[in-house]
Every structure is written in C-alpha cells, then in structure tokens.
Design a protein around this ligand. Sequence first.
Ligand SMILES: Cc1cc2nc3c(=O)[nH]c(=O)nc-3n(C[C@H](O)[C@H](O)[C@H](O)COP(=O)(O)O)c2cc1C
Ligand code: SF4
Length: 518
Amino acid sequence: MTTRIFIPCDASALSVGADEVAAAVRGELAARKLDATIVRNGSRGLFWLEPLVEVETPAGRVAYGPVAASEVASLFDANFLAGAEHPRRLGDIAKHPYLASQQRLTFARCGITDPLSIAEYEAHGGLKGLRRALDMAPAAIVEEVTQSGLRGRGGAGFPTGIKWKTVLGVQAPQKYIVCNADEGDSGTFADRMIMEGDPFLLIEGMAIAGLAVGATKGFVYIRSEYPHAFAQMNRAIAIARETGLLGADLLGSGKSFDMETRLGAGAYICGEETSLLESLEGKRGQIRFKPPLPAIEGLFGQPTVINNLITFASVPTIMAEGGKFYAEFGMGRSRGTMPIQLAGNVRQGGLIERAFGLTLREIVEEFGGGTASGRPVRAVQVGGPLGSYWPTGLFDVPFDYEAFAQRGGMVGHGGVVVFDDTVDLARQARFAFEFCAIESCGKCTPCRIGAVRGKETVEKIIAGTAPAENMELVRDLCEVMRDGSLCALGGLTPMPVMSAIEHFPEDFVRAPRHAAAE
Ligand SMILES: Cc1cc2nc3c(=O)[nH]c(=O)nc-3n(C[C@H](O)[C@H](O)[C@H](O)COP(=O)(O)O)c2cc1C
Ligand code: SF4
C-alpha cells in the first residue's frame, strides 16, 4: 500500500489554503517521483492548526501543522513521508491535549477517515447502528432513542424519543424525515463538519429515523453559505445509493429509505422548523402557527420528523452501543455528549465534543487558551445570536440545559463566542435588536416593530439621552417581545439584551462614549 497523506477538505482548512497545500504536495510527489496517495479528509476540529497535514507511517499517523503551501518542499526535504522531524511536526495529533481529553462519540471518525469511503466508514464502526435497527421493530428503535435521553441539538433541547414517538403514532400515506442543517447560529460549525468530514453518519442517522417512524423519504436543508458541505453531501448520497445504503433495498433488507439535499434560502428564520418546511415547499420562509406540530402535519402536510443534524448524527452511536451506553455520559437531564463549538476572539478555536457538565472556564481557558488578542476575556455569548452573554464570574456554570436556563441562558446548538475586554455590551445589545429587525419574518408585531424600536432605544441610551427612562422602556419592550412574539426569534431576542444589562450594567450608564449609530 502506498503512503497516505491526509489533507483536509473541510471549509475551515480550505479557507486557510488546504487546496494550495494539496496542489503543492501533488507537485512535489510528481517532481520527486514519489508514490503516495492524497486523502482529502475532514477536519479534526483544531482550527488554529489548519491546514493540518497527516502522514500514515508504520509507527502511526504523524501530523504537521499549520502547513503553508510554501513549506511543502521543506517537508519533503525533511522526509515527512517517514514522519521525520520538522518545525511543523506535531506528532500523533490524537494525543494532543485538545483531542485527548475529548469524548468523541459523534465526531469519532471526523478528520480520521476518507469521508467518501463507505469501506472506511464501516471499518471505523459505521453502519453498526443501522444494521441493528433493520432487525428491530419501529417502536423498539424509538424506545432505544428515548432511553438514551437524547435531546434535540438544534436549540430547544426537546426529547428526540418523544418527537419520534409522535410521528410513529400517526397514520399517513407518506411521512418525512427532515434534517435541519441551516446552522444559522453565530460561531457554530458542527453540522458543517459532519457533512464535509463524515457524511455517511448523517445518512445512517436519517435512515434509522426513517425506519423508526415509517418514513421512506428524507431531505437535508443545508444553508446556502455551505457550498462545500452541499457538494459533499450530494456526492455521499450518490455513493450511498450505488452501494445500497440508500434506496428501495436498504443493505439488502427489503426496507426502503432515500434522501435528497436542498439549498437554504439564506435567512436565519429558515432555520426555525416551520419556516424551514415552508422554504422546503418552495415558499417564502415564514413561521407557521402551531398547532398542528410538524410531527402531525409537517412537510407537504404529512407527519414529519424534523431534527437538527447533530441530533440525527448522534443516533448511529445510540443504536450501535445502546441507549443506556449513551445515557451514561452527561449530567442531570442533559445526557450524552455535546459538540461545543468555540469561536470568536479565542486562541484555539475549534470543536470540543465532551459529555455535558464541562464548565465555561474549562472551555474558554483550558481548551481555548484565552483570547486571540491576548487581552483578558470579558464575556462569552453561548447559544447563538439569541443566547445570553456570560460574564467571567459565571464561568463555573456547567454546560447543561437546566443549569444554563436557571441563569437565564441557553445551550442552543453549542456555540460559544468569546469576547475580550474591548467589547461594549451596550453595542452588543443594540446589535441583538438590529439582528432581530433584519431577520424578522414580519408575521407578528412584537418582533417586527419591537426589534426596530429596541435598536433605536438602545442607541439613545448609548448616546446618553435620558438613559434611565430609556432603560425602563427597553426592559418593558423585552417583556412584550418575550411574552408576545409568535416564535423564538422575537421571543428570545430579550435574552442577549437583558443578560448584557444584568451582567454588564456599567456599559449602559457611562457618559456617552460612542457614536449613537454606526
Ligand atoms: C429563529 C430560529 C432559528 C433556528 N435555527 C436553527 C438552525 O439553524 N438549526 C437547527 O437545527 N435548529 C434551528 N432552530 C430550532 C428549530 O426550530 C427546531 O427546534 C429544530 O430543528 C428541532 O430539531 P432538534 O429537536 O433536533 O433540535 C431555530 C429556531 C429558531 C426560533
Ligand atoms: S417572532 Fe414573529 S415576526 Fe419574528 S420571526 Fe417569529 S413569527 Fe416572525
């Protein structure tokens, strides 16, 4: 077998020159008449080390990173194909503290295997869950998922087993499985990493969901900003069809499931499940009234399981190892592992999969290594643009749905965005309203009008105009938006605003120090 060189095709690696590195490696191989195979793997999720090049040697995989195209010749000169010394040599990346302390169940293969090789997928534990599910009755699959304690990873944390049970219980000529890969939250990329780095995992998870509820057709709704993920998913689906992992005869079982991708419409609201279904049906992304729940009347009016991508991607492990095994990870009612995505002003941004219970301090200080700017950390925003801002004084709160909710925050999709001490939380509060105003679907008044008025009022506070009165107005407005909005876009916008006011009041009362509007 020829030596294999792994160069990620993940968008994070591409953005810092992975294609150029791959071209340079190809060029050097040809010029030096050396025999080696380049595998475009996914990312291991240590973004500050991308492009991370790994070589398979008899002594194991040896990593080098971050590698620039201009350094490739020197790697060959140093005999990196044999894993030799070089200033960029990192050794066995699996032993890097960032990875060694993780508990990778969902991301077990990401960055390790060739994403488009079913043989490798299976050799590394893939398809075990699906094979088991194919021999089980639908209700037994649902029971296994219920036992695992899995809750939706898209934001609301709703128990997945209950959702699936509802769909299973409805009689209908056609049911659907819809994967929400709109991944609109700031600082999040877990969905993308799976689509680019281990796409068969999603296919397996959705096929299991289909078997569990009696659905034969699935759709993956992928945000339009993810062209690489979209292309990779399409390639993986085509391979899955050719090899019987999708289609009328799933792995020779006689059971059927097929799926397609759809490109998103470029709006944050299209990530909300009912807007997403509207968008999938070719309409404008706007909230539907609930009830009926999508589980009863979803896509094209049929019973539909709609879950986040990571929710589906968690299922193959649950089916392979058992719901009990998965439930052993975590704390309280937050069972299993959570892929935490660390981004913003942070030295070591990336993907951290660990059982629930990790503290924000461990995430930001130990994994993240502090800010990229080198200045002190002042705040993090967790759970996307609608999540709360956390001061360092609360960094010992464990990553857990209930612990976060108790302190007025949310886990969301697991995005953690770091800010240093130059952040102005009054401006962030203004931004929260502005974001809501731009992304509002316009269906209800508290959100459509409230967001605009909120932005204007915070601007007055920033300008020092009647700050006490305007602060009272903002509090009042937040209450109306929280209680009166039709969906969580308007309903949760108060969360970043009020957390900023609560934890960083000094940013709202100082004499005017900024221009009113940008
Ligand atoms: C404004 C808004 C945006 C949302 N965006 C996303 C998203 O990008 N991805 C996602 O999975 N869920 C998103 N959600 C949550 C979905 O509505 C829904 O709860 C989720 O798809 C259910 O899957 P889960 O139970 O697996 O989390 C959003 C919700 C709201 C209110
Ligand atoms: S809160 Fe109302 S206007 Fe805002 S996005 Fe939701 S339904 Fe649309």
